[in-house]
Design a protein around this ligand. Structure first.
Ligand code: PGA
Length: 238
């Protein structure tokens, strides 16, 4: 694992954008794994800026997102489909993007379809991850056992409370989601974690104490042979 502590959030976003740009330069038809949340927003803004400057090209790439609320309509501004269009898909020339379908009638069938589609694309070349305050990756919440593949997940109290900042008072907040499993994440060829802010300092410390913690799903990623962790000074606790 390569752990890189940078001064600011902007530095983290630029360093992550370097990794994505380099991936696309080396392999224009890369399969990218993408994430939502506050942390990737600056990375997507930086990728849009580089795309507009002609420095990065997504035309041959494909992407698969980690997760999506379920059930949720694609036109709901709270959906991750909407988020991704707003921050990236509508602004760059990435045409083949997939998320688990929050509108699917059958969640189990959709999970199976999603894993089959990722496998048919040749697997994920570069996977972006954030970490939740409780150590979750995607919506793999702390538990005593973890499904390997994409599955329907029940959000933890901690995640519902952390994500409530995105919802207006009285607005319905989803409590279930479709998420790639830890096995699916670990099958990616490369993984990059982006972590920012002092609210993440405690979980970051636990993530890097050289142990696999059953109650920190993100710690399983440290078993992967090619992980780069980009974090700012505040998240590093320094
Ligand atoms: P955040 O979310 O980037 O909004 O902190 C990270 C996560 O929950 O995985």
């Amino acid at each position: 694992m390569k752990k890189i502590v940078l001064e600011t959030y902007e530095d983290v976003c630029r360093a992550a954008a370097d990794i994505f740009s380099e991936q696309l330069r080396q392999k224009p038809d890369s399969v990218l794994g993408l994430a939502t949340g506050s942390t990737p927003i600056g990375l997507y803004a930086e990728l849009v800026r580089r795309y507009e400057a002609g420095d990065v090209d997504f035309s041959k790439a494909r992407s698969f997102n980690l997760d999506e609320y379920y059930p949720i309509s694609k036109s709901n501004p709270q959906s991750y489909f909407y988020f991704m269009r707003k921050h990236l898909f509508d602004k760059v020339n990435l045409r083949h993007f997939c998320l688990p379908d929050g509108e699917a009638a059958d969640a189990q069938a959709e999970c199976k379809r999603y894993d089959t589609e990722i496998a048919a694309a040749g697997g994920i070349d570069l996977m972006l991850l954030g970490i939740g305050l409780n150590g979750h990756i995607g919506f793999n919440e702390p538990a005593s056992s973890y499904p390997v593949g994409t599955h329907l997940a029940v959000l933890s109290e901690s995640t519902i409370s952390a994500n409530s900042r995105f919802f207006a008072l009285g607005e319905a907040q989803p409590v279930t989601a479709l998420t790639m499993g830890i096995g699916g994440i670990l099958r990616s060829k490369k993984i990059v974690f982006v972590i920012s802010g002092k609210s993440k300092a405690d979980i970051t410390k636990k993530l890097f104490d050289d142990a696999i913690h059953m109650d920190v799903p993100g710690s399983f990623v440290l078993l992967h042979p090619d992980v780069t962790v980009l974090l700012d000074r505040e998240a590093s606790g320094g």
